[in-house]
Design a protein around this ligand. Structure first.
Ligand code: BES
Ligand code: ZN
Ligand code: ZN
Length: 493
């Protein structure tokens, strides 16, 4: 969809927002006058402008169709509500087979500047219209082609345009990530993911390195190789580099890329295995982030690392009780083969730290079922070793509205990750029911020395239900959060 800002756009649909006090603003009043009081009478009778209510009408004449969108309380309307109603409006437009729409939603008195408003409308519309029907032989692929933000003021046109550009880049990259995560494991194998990364690197002129199994054996990445040993698919370790001409700081983003998590010999029961093609959501997000930073030319250097393998119970599979030596030479006792994410992250994070010396490392990983129990689907869990970095991630969470919630990571938690026979164990003895998300982070903490934040996206990366701008299944979580963090990196202390 193409989004632009114009004083008098031609369109087949006019979108008007109305607060629950029913007071029409300038745009509403002039449309009402043109329609001979139709809106006023609707507001008296059938349309109650509660948040998210809609009324679509074919009215004929210069304005062919009109969509009233309820906004709820004037005082409670904010940028995320704007994003949500933008998504709803776009979906109603599509359902009514509208090719081009014009909106006035940015003109409402929502908190926030015009840049943020333009961005929210673009994000809401593009994210809201996402559908994954690549594998359907019969589908309705009607597309809303154009959205215009109606605006005549020169300064506002500029600010809105800026926001629309940023929002479009973020939303398109998020939809790209959704496509990868929704794609089944039979197609998105580690080698396929590496090929995709190469295509992205070529398109955005990024440096890329892809290590195969033999190269990882030489490097001593045995924690990752142990996970890969039960699969017929070869693992890959992908590292991409974005270099800014204006930057003197390097941030590394590491994403868990398990293209399918069967659990390994500690096999998952069917209901838990069903969605495990999602276990590459961290790596997919990193691929999306590399695109946004390159596209927006952010003034920071970014390393994107994606350790990727299947976790399968094939003939060579690692066994509970096995011991492996990780890249940083620490020994790990495998207590549970289903705690594989932390193993591949251990090798990837220590490799990135040693070879790129980043100022900070953020990892994104669908690491634990426990974070879904703790926080549900509306936030990722964050834990780390540096309160300053954690604060930055929290701020980025509120600004992008990809929210995060901190859990503690204390010395006591770290001690619990110790093993009887090796340096650390990848899981607790079975039978112990405890803070699974903290345990995961505690394990990873043994493989990182620089400021680090772990983002457990097991809940946030997948939505069991469609919400306003979030579809069912893959959400593409992480692109907006981390791009926001990198956008704000310089201006923050
Ligand atoms: N990929 C799973 C975590 C997961 C669960 C992601 C649900 C998305 C939705 C991870 O590899 C895993 O299996 N974790 C185990 C760890 C345990 C064995 C210590 C878990 O959370 O049960
Ligand atoms: Zn697992
Ligand atoms: Zn997993």
């Amino acid at each position: 969809m193409h989004i632009h800002v114009a004083p008098k756009p031609k369109a087949d649909l006019l979108v008007l927002g109305i607060f629950d006090d029913k007071k029409l603003d300038h745009d509403g009043a002039s449309a009402d006058a043109q329609l001979k009081g139709l809106i006023t009478s609707l507001l008296k009778e059938e349309f109650k402008p509660d948040f998210k209510q809609t009324k679509f009408m074919h009215v004929g004449g210069a304005v062919k169709n009109i969509l009233l969108v309820g906004l709820g309380k004037r005082t409670e309307f904010d940028i995320d509500k704007l994003r949500k109603v933008s998504a709803i409006a776009a979906k109603v437009a599509r359902a009514n087979r509208i090719k081009s729409a014009a909106t006035t939603l940015h003109r409402l008195d929502a908190k926030g500047n015009y840049k943020d408003k333009g961005r929210a409308i673009a994000e809401g519309s593009i994210l809201g219209l996402y559908r994954f029907n690549k594998y359907k032989t019969v589908n309705d692929d009607f597309k809303v082609e154009e959205l215009a933000l109606i605006e005549g003021d020169k300064k506002r046109i500029e600010e809105l345009g800026h926001g629309v550009h940023t929002g479009s880049v973020l939303a398109n990259a998020t939809n790209y990530v959704r496509d990868i995560v929704n794609s089944p494991a039979c197609f998105v194998t580690p080698t396929a993911l590496a090929d995709e990364a190469k295509a992205v690197a070529k398109k955005y002129r990024l440096k890329i390195k892809v290590f195969n199994k033999a190269q990882m054996q030489k490097l001593g990445m045995n924690a990752l190789l142990g996970v890969a040993s039960g699969s017929s698919q070869e693992p890959r370790f992908i590292i991409m580099e974005y270099k800014s001409k204006k930057a003197n700081v390097t941030i590394a983003v590491v994403g868990k890329g398990i293209t399918f998590d069967s659990g390994g010999l500690d096999l998952k029961p069917p209901p838990y295995m069903e969605t495990m093609k999602l276990d590459k959501a961290g790596a997919a997000a990193v691929l999306g982030i590399m695109q946004t930073v390159a596209h927006l030319k952010l003034p920071v250097n970014v390393i994107g690392a994606m350790p990727t393998t299947e976790n399968m119970p094939g003939p060579g599979a690692q066994k509970p009780g096995d011991v492996v030596t990780a890249y940083n030479k620490k020994t790990i006792e495998i207590m549970n083969t289903d705690a594989e994410g932390r193993l591949i992250l251990a090798d990837a994070i220590s490799y990135v730290e040693k070879n790129y010396k980043p100022r900070a490392i953020i990892d994104l990983a669908t690491l634990t079922g426990a974070v879904v129990i703790a926080l549900g689907y509306h936030a990722a869990g964050i834990l780390g070793n540096d309160e300053g970095l954690i604060k930055k991630v929290k701020d980025a969470g509120w600004r992008s509205f990809e929210r995060v919630w901190q859990l503690p990571l204390w010395q006591e938690h770290k001690e619990a990750a110790k093993s009887d026979i090796a340096d650390v164990a990848n899981a607790f003895r079975s039978g112990s029911v405890d803070a699974g998300t903290i345990n995961g982070a505690a394990f990873i903490s043994y493989f990182v020395n620089v400021p680090w934040v772990h983002v457990d996206i097991a809940g946030a990366a997948w939505s069991p239900e469609e919400r306003e701008y979030i579809p069912r299944a893959a959400t593409g979580y992480g692109v907006r959060l981390i791009t926001q963090l990198l956008m704000d990196w310089k201006s923050q202390k």
